[in-house]
Design a protein. Structure first.
Length: 307
C-alpha cells in the first residue's frame, strides 16, 4: 500500500540502491514481526485463554493510540486536518470496519481455530481477491500466468484443508471460513484506504482507524469485565503483540513500501508465513505434515504468479 503524505516521505520512481537496501530490510523485519505475532497470539489464546475479540480490542486500541501519538508529533497538521474533514469520516468508518476490525478479528479467529502458520498462509490468498477486483474493474479474464496462480492457490488450500484426503476435512470449517474472510478483508485493506492515505498519510489513517476499531469493540467486548489472568510472561507477550506485532510490524512494512514499492514489498512479504510456520513449530510444537507444507508452497508460489 503506497503513501503520499504532505508531512512524510513521498514515493518516487527513482530509487537509489540505498533506498532498495533499507526498504527491503524494513519490509523483511516487519514481515518477520507480523509472522511471529501470529505465534504470540496463538500462545495468548491457548495458554492464557484470551478471547480473539478481547485481543483484537485491546491491541488495536493501544496500537491506535501509539499511531496517533506519533502522528501528533510528526505531522500534527495532517492529524488535525483529518479529524476536521467531515467529508472523509464515512471513508474512515468504512476502512475501520473492514480493513482493521474485520481483519483483526478474522485473523485472530483463524489462528484460534487453526494455528499461526496456517492462518498466515491463508491470509496470502488476499491476492486472489485483489485479482478478482482488478479483472472485474478492467472487464477482463485472468491471463495464463494468473490462471496458473489461481489453480495453485485452489489446490494448495484444498491440500491444507483435507490433508490430501478429499473425503475428510482436516482444517476445521470455521477455521477455513475465518481464513477466507481474513483474506478478503486484507485484500480490501489494499484498495479501500488508498484515497485517504494519499491525503493524510499512513500514521494518521492507521491511528484513526485502529483507535476507532478498538473503541467500537470496547463497548461490545468490555475487556475490563473479564481480564485474563496474566503472569509476567503473559504480559511480555501482550507487550510484544502491541508494540512489535502490530504497531512496529505495520509501521516498518509501510516505511519499506515507500522505498521499494508495493510489488517488491509483496514478494518480500512471503517471509510472514515462513516466520509464522517456523516460530509456531519451534515454540508451540505445532506439527505440519508434508501435505501441509506442499500446500503452503503452492500458495506462496501463487503470490509470485499473480500480479
Amino acid at each position: 500500500m503506497s503513501e503520499k503524505s504532505r508531512g512524510g516521505r513521498a514515493p518516487t520512481f527513482e530509487r537509489t540502491p540505498k533506498d532498495l537496501l533499507v526498504g527491503a530490510a524494513l519490509v523483511l523485519v516487519g514481515g518477520v514481526m507480523w509472522g511471529c505475532n501470529a505465534t504470540v497470539s496463538k500462545e495468548l489464546m491457548g495458554s492464557y485463554h484470551v478471547d480473539p475479540m478481547w485481543l483484537a480490542c485491546v491491541r488495536g486500541l493501544l496500537a491506535g493510540i501509539l499511531y496517533l501519538a506519533v502522528a501528533a508529533v510528526r505531522t500534527p497538521q495532517l492529524l488535525t486536518g483529518a479529524l476536521h474533514e467531515r467529508r472523509d469520516w464515512p471513508r474512515f468508518l468504512a476502512c475501520t470496519l473492514v480493513c482493521v476490525l474485520l481483519v483483526q478479528v478474522a485473523y485472530l479467529s483463524t489462528i484460534d481455530w487453526t494455528n499461526a502458520g496456517t492462518a498466515t498462509v491463508l491470509q496470502a490468498l488476499n491476492l486472489l481477491f485483489v485479482l478478482a477486483f482488478m479483472c472485474i474493474r478492467g472487464r477482463r479474464w485472468p491471463d495464463l500466468r494468473e490462471g496458473i496462480g489461481v489453480a495453485l492457490a485452489f489446490v494448495g488450500t484444498t491440500l491444507i484443508a483435507t490433508g490430501g484426503d478429499l473425503s475428510t476435512l482436516k482444517l476445521p470449517a470455521m477455521g477455513l471460513i475465518w481464513g477466507l474472510l481474513n483474506a478478503a478483508a486484507t485484500a480490501a485493506m489494499g484498495i479501500m484506504p488508498v484515497r485517504i492515505i494519499a491525503r493524510w498519510g499512513n500514521m494518521v489513517v492507521n491511528g484513526v482507524t485502529f483507535t476507532l476499531s478498538g473503541t467500537i469493540l470496547l463497548f461490545v467486548v468490555r475487556p475490563w469485565a473479564h481480564m485474563p489472568s496474566f503472569d509476567a510472561f503473559g504480559l511480555l507477550l501482550m507487550a510484544y503483540t502491541v508494540l512489535f506485532g502490530t504497531f512496529g510490524a505495520f509501521g516498518l512494512y509501510l516505511a519499506g513500501v515507500m522505498r521499494i514499492g508495493a510489488m517488491r514489498a509483496t514478494m518480500l512479504g512471503t517471509v510472514e508465513p515462513v516466520a509464522a510456520t517456523v516460530s509456531s513449530a519451534l515454540f508451540l510444537g505445532a506439527i505440519f505434515t508434508p501435505t501441509d507444507l506442499v500446500g503452503f508452497v503452492m500458495i506462496l508460489v501463487m503470490v509470485f504468479l499473480v500480479r
